[in-house]
Design a protein around this ligand. Sequence first.
Ligand SMILES: Nc1ncnc2c1ncn2[C@@H]1O[C@H](COP(=O)(O)OP(=O)(O)OP(=O)(O)O)[C@@H](O)[C@H]1O
Length: 265
Amino acid sequence: MVAEGAAAPPLLSVEGLTLQYRTRESLVTATYRVSFEVLASDRYVILGPSGCGKSTLLKAVGGYIKPVEGSIRLNGREIARPGPDRVLVFQEFDQLLPWKTVRENVLFALTASGRLKGRAASERADEYIAKVHLTKFADSYPHQLSGGMKQRVAIARGMAMEPEILLMDEPFAALDALTRGKMQEELLQLWEDTKVTLLFVTHSIPEAVRIGNRILLLSPHPGRVRAELGSAGVDSVGPDGRTLSGRIESLLFDEAPISRESAHG
Ligand SMILES: Nc1ncnc2c1ncn2[C@@H]1O[C@H](COP(=O)(O)OP(=O)(O)OP(=O)(O)O)[C@@H](O)[C@H]1O
């Protein structure tokens, strides 16, 4: 029970997380003692340069990589393995099953995971296919769709699972700029509609500013927390006369001390 007036406990709590890859020749530290908390209905963005461990972090939250140090808890429970309460959407266009139609792809995720079956599963699949405006393409196969449409199916499939948290690893990075902008807009509309908690990885500063309500900045390899900032969705000028993206850029690339900042601090 949360005492009246107390802040809600975090949905996801990452504490002192060190993640490594051990190959035969070497030991690669992907993230070093990373801590952050995601609240229910956050659009939490992890931003950092290539190789700073963003994807590794997301895979660890997905339950696919075990920490060498630290912990990841969802609703207070340690994450030990993948589960339908955390769904991953990737950048690649080939994440759909090519031999299944749009509807079958969404349906299969629901039934194979045991989330829903029968009519309830079909109705849920159709509901989310409609939410991403693909009803007319429900019987099409992935090869008949554009890159943006395939990503919409992957998002519909993930959201239809109604996970506790939707993990998105640069889902729009392989799209052209116009489609990418449109997909960002659509994702924000879907979020308005569902209030699903998002954990969204990107290396694009404008995308982070647009999508996130909170943005975690990671330093270059190995990833450490550099700062956490709030965003209101626009690249506004703060009291210091600098834009949010300008502040992010200097925090990421200048050798400033590690700090946590508030939204418009
Ligand atoms: N399977 C692996 N085996 C060994 N090292 C790996 C493996 N996967 C990633 N790494 C290393 O771990 C570090 C973090 O990689 P990761 O892919 O998490 O970074 P990223 O921030 O997501 O990068 P990008 O934005 O380029 O996708 C990098 O140094 C990378 O080379």
